[in-house]
Every structure is written in C-alpha cells, then in structure tokens.
Design a protein around this ligand. Structure first.
Ligand code: JFZ
Length: 438
C-alpha cells in the first residue's frame, strides 16, 4: 500500500472507531453495566400521585374524559402525605428481597413529585404536602443500598405547550415554536432529575405519542449517559433503551432480548384505588415471579401508596410474604440464570451463574417423585433450598452401553414442602450438559 493510501485507510478506520467509541457503548461495557440488572430479579415499582386522592386511574381518567381535567386537578388539594415515611418504604422494599425500586417522578398528568424549577406543577408547590417527596425516598433507597429507578413520563397532558390534552381535545397539531418550548421543558426536567438523583435506571413512559426524532430520543439517551455512563434505560424511549418490556403480559417462552423486565400490578390498578380489591395472592405473585426468572427476566412489582403516604395493608402483606419466600430461596433467585427447557423438566427452573447447580421450582403441594430427563452430568447431591435436607434420588433407564442419559427420579417428602413453592437444588458434577436433546 502506498503511504498516502495508508493514511487514508487509517483516517477512515479511525473515524469509524470514533463513531462507536464516542458513544462509549461497545458491547463489553454494555454487558458490564447490565450485570446488576441481570442479577437483581426483583424490583418494586411505585405509582404515587394525586390520582390516589380519589382513587381513580392515573392520568388516563381525564385523558379518557371520565372526568374533567379541572376535577382531576382538584385532587392536588387532597395530596397531603401526612403519614409519609420514606425510610419505612425503603425498608419494606428491602425486606421483600427487591434489589431496586422505580418511582413515578411524574406521570402523564404532569404533576412532579420533586421541586422542579421548570414549572409550578409539583407536590411541592401545589399540594398541602408542600414537599419534594421524591428526594427523601431516593435518599432512603441509597441508604438501604437499593438501586434507584426514576419513572418519567414523556407525555405531559397538563402542559400548555404539549400538543395533546385529552382523547378528543388537541392543543395543536404542528407548531414548531410550542414544540421547541416543550422539548426544552421536558429535557430540562430530565437534567434536573439526572443532576439531583443520578439514578441507576430510567424508566421512560409515553413514547408512543411521538417519533424518536420528535422526542430527540438519541440526544436524550446521550445526555443521560454523559452524566452517568452506567445508567440503564428501559425500552420505552423509541428504541433507544437497553432492555425489553414484554407487552402482552407474561411471556410464554424466553424473550429474545437478553435483558427484560415484566411490570405487574398487585391488583388491577397502578395507583391506589380503594375500590380495587382484586389482589393477586402471595402464591400467585410468587408463581409468576418464578416463571419470570426461569426465563431470565426481572419482575417489577407495583405498589400504589395512598395520598397520605401509607401503603395499603394488602400490599404490605404481599411484600412481606414475598420477602419470606425470597429470603429462604435467595440462592436460587438472585444472580441466577435462565433454567433448562421444559422437555427436561416439566416446570420452572433456574441455574446458578456457573451452571453447576440446577434449581427446580415445585409449585403447590408436590408429593411424590419429581422427574428430570436428559441431563448428562453426574449428580453430586440433591437438597432442599433454604432448609438443607438431603433428598434421595434414583437414576433409571440408563444403559451402560449408551451415552444417552437416564431418567432421574427425586423424592420430595411432604415434611419439607414450602408453604408457597418448594425449591430443590440439584448439584451437578461440572457445568450442566444437556446433551443432544433427542
Ligand atoms: C403505561 C402508563 O400509561 C400507565 O398509566 C402505567 O404507568 C404503566 C406502567 O405504563 O401504560 C402502559 C404502557 C405501555 C404498555 C402497557 C401499559 N405496553 O407497552 O404494553
């Protein structure tokens, strides 16, 4: 190669490298920053806002015109937070076993939980609580060594410069000046949040009303990563996020994305609604949670505190029961990886990070033997997780002349059965080997 050509080659190669590294997002760094999230498994989502005053749908109730915007905003007068105890919240979350929490800093109704300088619509300026209720909670999470997630709605149906107001009333269709002002507003709020809380995770919502170009999604991503290169962004930023959020509830099979999170209500509402008593039982929550982690995902379980700052007793009950179960079974949950295909074990399973321990989740009241097929490894020991009881097993259908693994039957005595879901640990010789799958 002639030297001038060489120079050109290097110049081109260098500028390509620059494009990649200027974003500081090569795949190694990316997977490293996602590690805590992959290991975390459980997060607690909090929808707290003025909608808890009447106990109506968060923001959607006025958007869908079930009541006027004015009547909706009257709820500001009832948001008093008189029993708000952020440290207790954080301790309750910690006890559930969750490793992170995501709180609504602002929902589609535009009411900020912190003292934003970008406008006056905040719990600090417009409610009897007269407080920035976000800061003490973030501080409490940090104190409890829980990761901090900030939910932020891009949509702001109350903002005079936002195009959409309700489902039938639009403020404008195109107006570049107004849109520019709104962009400055929401990006200003994001930099406030980023400066004040430096969250570990951003949970965007409402991206569906406009395109990535209109939201300047790429620029927003860059801005947040500039401040904190390790921060994680959920998927609802028009494709500029880091992990997937399945849309139709519980996925039947493992989602394609390596990182994913299912968000779920405890009853049928995100915010507190006194009429909604349709709570899932602790067993149902635990059963779903196991299914999620068996497919390599995280569960983001929602609570909706009341306007006075108390958490409804049904929600506390679920968190406590979940906490008992996660504590007993922590080794099978936190830091685990996707389990084995259902052809090998007809149920939910996870694997230890090094692949040498297989955890089998036995819902309900198993009694009798558990069957496991196709595992080529020798089994060193089988035991009940969180209990220590050693279990006996037998291997059948294994021919000495064949490489085909046998069928394993494991005895699970009734005396060791967990109230919600028993977990057994199958300690293998070496990393799990699933053989040929035939
Ligand atoms: C959004 C909000 O509109 C809702 O009020 C709540 O805060 C929830 C957590 O998030 O609702 C959505 C948004 C997207 C999907 C489902 C509910 N989705 O992609 O399936």
């Amino acid at each position: 190669m002639k030297s001038s050509k060489k120079l050109l080659f290097f110049l081109i190669a260098f500028s390509f490298a620059n494009i990649i590294f200027s974003q500081n997002e090569d795949s190694l760094t990316f997977h490293k920053k996602m590690e805590w999230f992959k290991d975390a498994k459980l997060g607690i989502f909090i929808h707290w806002g003025i909608y808890s005053v009447k106990g109506i749908d968060e923001s959607w109730s006025f958007f869908n015109e079930y009541l006027s915007h004015e009547a909706y905003m009257k709820q500001l007068e009832g948001f008093n937070a008189i029993h708000y105890a952020p440290q207790k919240w954080a301790e309750l979350i910690k006890k559930s076993g969750a490793k992170y929490s995501v709180i609504t800093s602002k929902h589609h109704d535009g009411v900020a939980l912190w003292n934003t300088k970008m406008n006056d619509l905040s719990t600090f300026k417009k409610t009897p609580a007269k407080q920035d209720v976000l800061s003490p909670f973030v501080a409490a999470l940090k104190k409890e060594k829980l990761k901090v997630g900030i939910y932020y709605s891009l949509i702001d149906w109350s903002h005079p410069e936002y195009p959409n107001f309700t489902k039938t009333q639009k403020r404008y269709k195109t107006d570049s000046i107004k849109w520019l002002k709104f962009k400055q507003f929401f990006q200003g709020q994001l930099s406030e949040l980023s400066e004040q809380y430096n969250p570990d995770l951003w949970w965007f919502d409402g991206d569906w009303e406009f395109s990535a170009e209109k939201w300047e999604a790429q620029k927003v991503r860059k801005m947040l990563l500039n401040k904190n290169p390790n921060t994680i962004l959920n998927s609802r930023l028009k494709g500029y996020g880091d992990y997937a959020t399945p849309e139709q509830g519980l996925p039947l099979t493992k989602p394609k994305s390596k990182y994913w999170e299912l968000c779920m209500t405890m009853n049928d509402s995100w915010g507190y609604q006194h009429n909604d008593h349709n709570y899932k039982t602790p067993y149902e929550v635990i059963r779903i949670f196991a299914d999620v982690i068996g497919n390599g995902g995280n569960l983001l379980l929602n609570i909706g505190p009341k306007a006075d700052g108390t958490i409804p007793s049904e929600q506390i009950h679920i968190l406590n029961e979940l906490g008992k179960w996660t504590k007993k079974h922590e080794e099978a949950i936190f830091g685990s990886r996707t389990g084995i295909p259902k052809d090998y074990f007809l149920g939910t399973s996870t694997l230890s990070k090094n692949g040498e321990i297989l955890y089998l989740f036995l819902p309900g009241k198993p009694n009798g033997q558990i069957m496991l097929k196709g595992i080529k490894n020798k089994i060193n020991r089988i035991r009940i997780v969180g209990d220590g009881t050693k279990l006996s097993h037998k291997v059948t259908l294994h021919q000495y002349w064949s490489t085909k693994p046998g069928v394993v039957f494991i005895d699970v005595p009734e005396s060791v059965v967990d109230e919600y879901m028993t977990v057994i640990a199958v300690q293998l010789k070496g990393k799990i080997d699933l053989g040929s799958r035939e």
